[in-house]
Design a protein around this ligand. Structure first.
Ligand code: FAD
Length: 312
C-alpha cells in the first residue's frame, strides 16, 4: 500500500531542522527534504556570534550539524532531494521530487529559505565565507569594527545597512548605480546627512582586490557615465541588492507576494491550504535571522501536530 506520511518538511536549514526536532519528539511519521543545501545558508558562513547559547560564538556549519544530529537522535528521517512541485490530492498533498519520485503526505511545512541575489562577479562565493563579502550587516557588521566598508545598493535595505554599519565602522561607502537613491526620502536623508557615509553615485562594482590571505582589501568600481575605474580600499563589502525566496517551484500552489515570499495568515505560520505551514526566510523578508527562523520552525511543527490531531 502507498505510504502517506503525516508530515513532510521541505528544507533542512534552521527552520526545517527545528521543525524536525519538534516533529520527531511528537513521534510524527515524517520526512525532511534537505534540497541542494543540507544545513541551509548558515553552512556558508564562518563565525555566528548572535545565536543564543554560544557565548564564544560557533561556526555556522557546526551549529547546523548540531541541529541535524539533535533531530536525528529523536528519529527524524532525511532525504537529500528537492521538491519540484506540490499538488493537493485526496485531502492530502503529493510532492514531486527532483529524483522523479513522489511523496504523499497529510501535512506540509515549507522551510525552503531564500538566497541573496549576486553581483555576478568572480570569487563571490569564496569571499562570502568570511573573507570580506557579506549579505547581512546585522550578522557580520561587528567583525568590521573601526574598518572601512562598502555597501552596494540604493534601496531602503542598503540605506539601513549603511546606517547600521556607520555606528561600528570608520567609514562606509555606499555604491549606487544611479544618481539618486531608490530608498524612501526619510532613509535617503539619513544616509546623505550621515558624516560617516560617502555615497559613490553612478558607480557599479566590477571586481574585488584580494590580499595574499584571500581577504578583500579593495573594491574596484566603474563610473557608468564616464567608464572610469576607481579602487576603494576596504575590508568588507556588504551586498544589499535583494534576496530571492526559494519558492519558484511552488508558485502555482502557494500564495506568494510580489517578491515571491510565502503569504501566511495574519502573520502566523499557517497558509491558506489546510495542514500546510511555512517558516523561516521563505516567509520572512524582514529579519532573515537564524534564531527567528528557528522560532518559526518550532511554531510550524507545533501547528502541524495540532492540525494532524484535530483532523485524524
Ligand atoms: C553568509 C551568511 C551569513 C549569515 N550569518 C548569520 C548570522 O551570523 N546570524 C544569523 O542569525 N543569521 C545569519 N544569516 C542568515 C541565516 O543564515 C538565515 O536567516 C537562516 O539560515 C534561515 O533559515 P531557513 O531555514 O529559513 O533557510 P535556509 O537556511 O536558507 O535553508 C533552506 C533549506 O531549504 C532547502 N531547500 C530549498 N529549496 C528546496 C526544495 N525545493 N526542496 C527541498 N529543499 C529545499 C535548502 O537546501 C536548505 O536546506 C546569514 C546568512 C548568510 C548567507
Amino acid at each position: 500500500m502507498e505510504t502517506v506520511h503525516e508530515l513532510v518538511i521541505i528544507g533542512g536549514g534552521c527552520a526545517g531542522l527545528t521543525a524536525a526536532i519538534y516533529a520527531a519528539r511528537a513521534k510524527l511519521d515524517f520526512v525532511v527534504l534537505q534540497g541542494s543545501l543540507p544545513g541551509g545558508l548558515l553552512t556558508q558562513t564562518t563565525e555566528v556570534e548572535n545565536f543564543p547559547g554560544f557565548p564564544e560564538s560557533i561556526q555556522g556549519a557546526e551549529l547546523m550539524d548540531r541541529m541535524y544530529q539533535q533531530a536525528k537522535q529523536f528519529g527524524a528521517r532525511f532525504l537529500i532531494d528537492s521538491a519540484t512541485s506540490v499538488s493537493p490530492e485526496n485531502k492530502g498533498y503529493t510532492l514531486t521530487l527532483a529524483s522523479d519520485q513522489f511523496l504523499k503526505t497529510q501535512a506540509l511545512i515549507f522551510a525552503t529559505g531564500s538566497h541573496p541575489k549576486s553581483l555576478g562577479l568572480p570569487q563571490e562565493k569564496e569571499l562570502l565565507g568570511g573573507k570580506g563579502l557579506s549579505v547581512c550587516a546585522t550578522c557580520d557588521g561587528f567583525f568590521y569594527r573601526n574598518e572601512v566598508v562598502c555597501v552596494i545598493g540604493g534601496g531602503d535595505s542598503a540605506c539601513e545597512e549603511a546606517i547600521f554599519l556607520s555606528k561600528l565602522c570608520k567609514k562606509v561607502y555606499l555604491i549606487h548605480r544611479r544618481n539618486s537613491l531608490r530608498a524612501s526620502k526619510i532613509m535617503a536623508d539619513r544616509v546623505i546627512n550621515n558624516p560617516k557615509i560617502e555615497i559613490v553615485w553612478s558607480h557599479v562594482p566590477v571586481d574585488f582586490s584580494i590580499d595574499s590571505q584571500g581577504f578583500i582589501e579593495a573594491l574596484k568600481v566603474r563610473n557608468v557615465s564616464t567608464n572610469e575605474n576607481r579602487s576603494l580600499a576596504c575590508k568588507g563589502v556588504f551586498l544589499a541588492i535583494g534576496w530571492q525566496p526559494n519558492t519558484e517551484h511552488f508558485k502555482d500552489f502557494l500564495t506568494l507576494d510580489a517578491q515571491g515570499y510565502i503569504q501566511t495568515l495574519n502573520g502566523s505560520v499557517c497558509t491558506n491550504h489546510p495542514g500546510v505551514f511555512a517558516a523561516g526566510d521563505c516567509v520572512d523578508a524582514r529579519y532573515r535571522q537564524a534564531c527567528v527562523a528557528v522560532g518559526m520552525g518550532a511554531q510550524a511543527a507545533l501547528e502541524a501536530e495540532k492540525w494532524l490531531m484535530e483532523n485524524e
